[in-house]
Design a protein around this ligand. Structure first.
Ligand SMILES: [Fe+2]
Length: 368
């Protein structure tokens, strides 16, 4: 529950809400949208970002300002962003348009690749890079997650973070196929630095999260940030779970809604479609519901600042609450969950298709 205290105590901590990171965003001339939800990243308003030569806006709330951030940026038609290098990691999902990226190191090796709406890629640590819009008519827009907040809060030195000559050859040394789309998987991890189209990418089966879902995980550019894509079928919803801050969930396809709540509070409802962004606050339960007539698919940019895992390394958000984890089994849901889901589907002439998932769960459900 969000416990509110008296103003006197709040004032004593007011200065600690400011940070080097928040001051840096302001110095770039950009706003921070402070919230848990954006209905459509393709439609949000952007401001000129003169240093980069595009337009942008940052999106994050208190918790993610110290873990990983999120911003949306637009590249003008027939234009490009100013070349940049950075001592932090970045993952990009292209929302609209098409373009190309050139990446190079101080040793003089360079690689270029082209992208389109739905492409995902990461910028290797401290490699120089340049993003160019290949359309002369339409802007190109992308959403990005970075771990700049802890880096800026630690060093508080813009010149150091953006202007240090240092290659990290273990991360990137100009390999010709570095950004070629690859198919090899290791467990649930797809070992690639580039996805051509996240909407069409084949997924792996992951029944642990409920409802016959597809799943694939990424750890691109040998970075510490990770991400995953999940998909769930028509008439289904995923199990509720909770974890630390920093997950940025971007809807790739389908229609539905999410519920989010802090333990003990009423769930809040957020409607979504392609381009919606949901940012579950620290340790809030969240649950995603498909109410469209196609499978629903999302991409989650993640950052694990504090590992909430069991002794075997399994995220507690994948483990039943019945044995101390942070995932709510279907069998333990409050009636509200199923009632509101059935109502939402009825409005579009559909019915829940959850019986098989409820049944399947019982096979390995720990006793209460
Ligand atoms: Fe989650």
């Amino acid at each position: 529950m969000d416990t509110v205290v008296d103003e006197g105590l709040a004032i004593k901590f007011a200065t600690e809400r400011d940070s080097s990171y928040a001051r840096w965003v302001a110095s770039e001339g950009l706003d921070i949208i402070s919230g848990h939800y954006v209905a459509d990243l393709r439609a949000i308003e952007l401001k000129p970002w003169s240093r980069r030569g595009g337009r942008g806006v940052f999106i994050n709330h208190d918790a993610s300002r110290t873990s990983n951030d999120c911003y949306v940026c637009e590249i003008p038609p027939a234009g490009g962003l100013a070349p940049q290098r950075q001592l932090f990691e970045e993952m990009i999902l292209v929302l609209d348009g098409r373009g190309s990226t050139r990446v190079w190191n101080d040793a003089g090796r360079q690689v270029s690749f082209e992208w389109q709406a739905g492409s995902i890629f990461a910028i290797p640590l401290n490699a120089s890079y340049e993003l160019v819009n290949l359309s002369g008519v339409e802007p190109a827009r992308f959403v990005s997650s970075t771990n700049l907040p802890p880096v800026m809060n630690l060093y508080d030195d813009v010149d150091f973070i953006f202007n240090t000559s240092r290659d990290f050859p273990e991360r990137f040394s100009g390999e010709a196929d570095y950004f070629a789309p690859k198919q090899e998987t290791k467990g649930l991890l797809l070992d690639t630095n580039f996805v051509t189209d996240a909407v069409e990418l084949p997924l792996l089966s992951a029944k642990e999260r409920g409802a016959g879902g597809g799943h694939v995980r990424f750890s691109m550019a040998k970075g510490s940030m990770n991400s995953h894509i999940s998909e769930f079928p028509v008439g289904t919803y995923k199990k509720a779970h909770r974890h630390g801050p920093g997950a940025h969930v971007i809807i790739l396809s389908g229609q539905g809604y999410s519920l989010m709540w802090s333990e003990g509070d009423e769930p809040q409802r957020y409607e979504w479609g392609p381009g919606s962004l949901i940012i579950p606050p620290n340790m809030w339960f969240h649950q995603h519901f498909n109410v469209g007539d196609t499978p629903a698919r999302y991409l989650a940019f993640k950052h694990e600042g504090v590992a909430i895992r069991n002794s075997q390394g399994v995220p507690k958000s994948w483990i039943s609450r019945r044995i101390g984890g942070d995932q709510v089994d279907y069998a333990d849901e409050v009636p509200y969950i199923r009632e509101t889901f059935a109502e939402a589907l009825a409005k579009v002439g559909l019915e829940p298709a959850m019986d098989a998932s409820y049944e399947a769960e019982l096979a390995d459900l720990p006793p209460r």
